[in-house]
Design a protein around this ligand. Structure first.
Ligand code: GLN
Length: 479
C-alpha cells in the first residue's frame, strides 16, 4: 500500500470500508508521524485523546452498519484561529494564551457532522498577519522541504501538516494569500473560496471583508470534497451566500477548451524569480498546445494591489482587534492596577510587534484627518479592481499567474524589511480584494528541489469549474 498520507480521501475510505484499516490505527499512525516531526513546530496542540476517542466511535459506527458521513475517517488539522468547542484557540497570539473556545465554528460543526476527526490545531502567524510564519508567538514553523526556509504564512502550520503527511487535510484561512502562498511554498494544493462561500462564524477575525476559510490537500479531488462539506449558507454569518453549493467532487471532468487570461505585467514583474517565471510560462505554453485560448490582458493595477490591500486590511484589523482588551478574556497584565492601565499594558504585552504595527497603521488610515486620503481612496481602488475583474470574466474562464514571486525564502531574509515581506503577497491579494476564488497548485520544483506553485483564479462562485480545470492542470504539472 502507498504511504497512507498520500492516498486520497476516497482511497483511505475504501481501505476503511474493506476492513483493511481502522480509524483508530489511522489516527495512531498520524500521531506517530506528528511526534516524529515535532521539530517542524506545525502543531500548537495535538488532540490525542479526543481524536482517538472519536476514531473508536467511528469504527463502531461502521461495524454496526450505521450510515457514515462524506468525510468518514478523514483526519484533519485546523488552523489556530478556528474555534473548536472545549479546545484552546489562540490565533498564534499570547493575548489569547489559555483561552478555550466556548462554541464550534460552523466549519468544525460541518466537518464533525460528516464524520471527520480533528487531530489538532496548527501554528500560524499571530492573528493571521504574515507571509512567513515568523510572527507566531509560539515560534517558527519549518518548511519540511528545507528546514532552513519558511513555510509561508500565515497558515504555515496547516500547510506543513499536509506537506509532511501529519494529517490527511487541513484548514487554513486566507485574507490576502495565507492559504495559497504557503501551499505554493510547501508543494500542496490550497484553495481560497469565493468570499461568502464558506461561513466565517467561529473564525477569529482579521479583516472581515477579506477573510475566508479553505482547505490544504494533496489532491484537487480532496479539496473538492472538503469544499462540498464546509460551503453553504449559515445563519450565523450574514455574509455567507445562499447560492447552491456545487457537487464539486463528482464534477471534476473538464472537457471544454478554456479561455484563459494572463496579465503580462505579472510575468514581467521585477521581483519574479526566473525559475518561477519559466515554470508558469511553460504551463501556459502547454495549455496553448492543448488547444486552450490564451489572451493577454493589459492590467495596469499590479503596483497598486499591495497598498490597497494593506490600507483596507489593517483598517479592518484595527477595529476587529479592539476586543482584546485584557478585560473580557485572554491575557491580562499583572502589572496593571487601574482600568486604563489594564487596557494599555495587556495590549502592549499581549500583542506581538507586527500586530501592533498593523493596529497603528489601521487606526491611522481611519483617523478623521487621513480617512479620505487612505481608507476612502483604497475603497475606490477596490471598486475599480472589482469592475475590471468582472469585465475580464465576461470574456474569460480563468486567470493564471504565479502564486508567489519566489520559492520559500530563508528565515530572517525579509524580517527587517516589511515592504519586501508584503510584496510576497503581490499575486494573491487580488482575489481577496475582489472576492473571487483562487487556488494554488503545485507546478514544479526549482533546481534546489523547492516547490513552485501556480495560481488559477475564476469568477465568483465558479468553484466547480475552477476545481475541474485544476484537476486537468495537475495532469500537466511536473510534480
Ligand atoms: N500575508 C498577508 C498579510 O500578512 C495575508 C495574510 C492572510 O491571508 N491571513 O496580511
Amino acid at each position: 500500500m502507498a504511504e497512507l498520507s498520500y492516498l486520497t480521501i476516497w482511497q483511505v475510505q475504501s481501505e476503511l470500508i474493506a476492513g483493511k484499516l481502522s480509524c483508530e490505527s489511522l489516527v495512531n499512525d498520524y500521531l506517530a508521524k506528528i511526534e516524529a516531526s515535532k521539530h517542524l513546530n506545525a502543531f500548537l496542540e495535538v488532540f490525542t485523546e479526543g481524536a482517538l476517542q472519536r476514531a473508536r466511535l467511528l469504527d463502531k459506527k461502521l461495524k454496526n452498519g450505521e450510515p457514515t458521513g462524506k468525510l468518514f475517517g478523514v483526519v484533519i488539522a485546523i488552523k489556530d484561529n478556528i474555534c473548536y468547542k472545549g479546545h484552546k484557540v489562540s490565533a498564534g497570539s499570547k493575548i489569547l494564551e489559555g483561552f478555550t473556545s466556548l462554541f464550534d465554528s460552523t466549519v468544525v460543526e460541518r466537518l464533525l457532522a460528516d464524520d471527520a476527526i480533528i487531530i489538532g490545531r496548527t501554528n500560524c502567524d499571530e492573528f493571521a498577519m504574515g507571509s512567513s510564519n515568523e510572527n507566531s508567538a509560539y515560534g517558527n514553523v519549518l518548511n519540511a522541504a528545507d528546514n532552513t526556509r519558511v513555510p509561508g504564512g500565515s497558515s504555515g502550520g496547516s500547510a506543513v501538516a499536509v506537506q509532511a503527511g501529519l494529517c490527511q487535510v487541513s484548514l487554513g484561512s486566507d485574507t490576502g494569500g495565507s492559504i495559497r502562498q504557503p501551499a505554493s511554498f510547501c508543494g500542496v494544493v490550497g484553495l481560497k473560496p469565493t468570499y461568502g462561500r464558506v461561513s466565517r462564524y467561529g473564525l477569529i477575525a482579521y479583516a472581515s471583508s477579506f477573510d475566508q476559510i479553505g482547505p490544504f490537500t494533496h489532491s484537487v479531488e480532496d479539496a473538492a470534497l472538503i469544499m462540498e462539506v464546509i460551503s453553504g449558507k449559515d445563519n450565523y454569518d450574514s455574509t455567507s451566500s445562499s447560492q447552491k453549493v456545487g457537487t464539486y467532487s463528482s464534477s471534476l471532468d473538464f472537457e471544454k477548451k478554456a479561455k484563459i487570461a494572463i496579465f503580462p505585467t505579472t510575468l514581467a514583474s521585477e521581483g519574479l524569480h526566473p525559475e518561477v517565471k519559466e515554470a508558469v510560462e511553460g504551463l501556459i505554453a502547454d495549455l496553448k498546445t492543448e488547444g486552450h485560448t490564451i489572451g493577454e490582458i493589459d492590467f495596469a493595477f499590479l503596483d497598486h494591489l499591495i497598498a490597497t490591500y494593506y490600507v483596507l486590511s489593517t483598517a479592518e484589523a484595527s477595529s476587529n482587534l479592539a476586543r482584546f482588551d485584557g478585560v473580557h478574556y485572554g491575557y491580562r497584565s499583572k502589572e496593571a492596577h487601574e482600568m486604563e492601565e489594564v487596557y494599555k499594558k495587556s495590549r502592549t504585552e499581549g500583542f506581538g510587534k507586527e500586530v501592533k504595527n498593523r493596529i497603528i497603521l489601521g487606526t491611522f488610515v481611519l483617523s478623521s484627518g487621513y480617512y479620505d486620503a487612505y481608507y476612502s481612496r483604497a475603497q475606490k481602488v477596490r471598486r475599480i479592481l472589482t469592475d475590471k475583474i468582472r469585465a475580464i470574466f465576461k470574456e474569460y474562464d480563468f486567470i493564471i499567474m504565479p502564486t508567489s514571486p519566489t520559492v520559500a525564502f530563508k528565515f530572517g531574509e525579509k524580517t527587517d524589511n516589511p515592504v519586501e515581506m508584503y510584496l510576497a503577497d503581490i499575486y494573491t491579494v487580488l482575489a481577496n480584494l475582489t472576492g473571487i476564488p483562487a487556488i494554488s497548485l503545485p507546478l514544479s520544483e526549482d533546481k534546489q528541489g523547492l516547490p513552485i506553485g501556480v495560481q488559477v483564479l475564476a469568477d465568483k462562485f465558479h468553484e466547480t469549474d475552477l476545481l475541474a480545470f485544476s484537476e486537468k492542470l495537475m495532469q500537466l504539472s511536473s510534480v
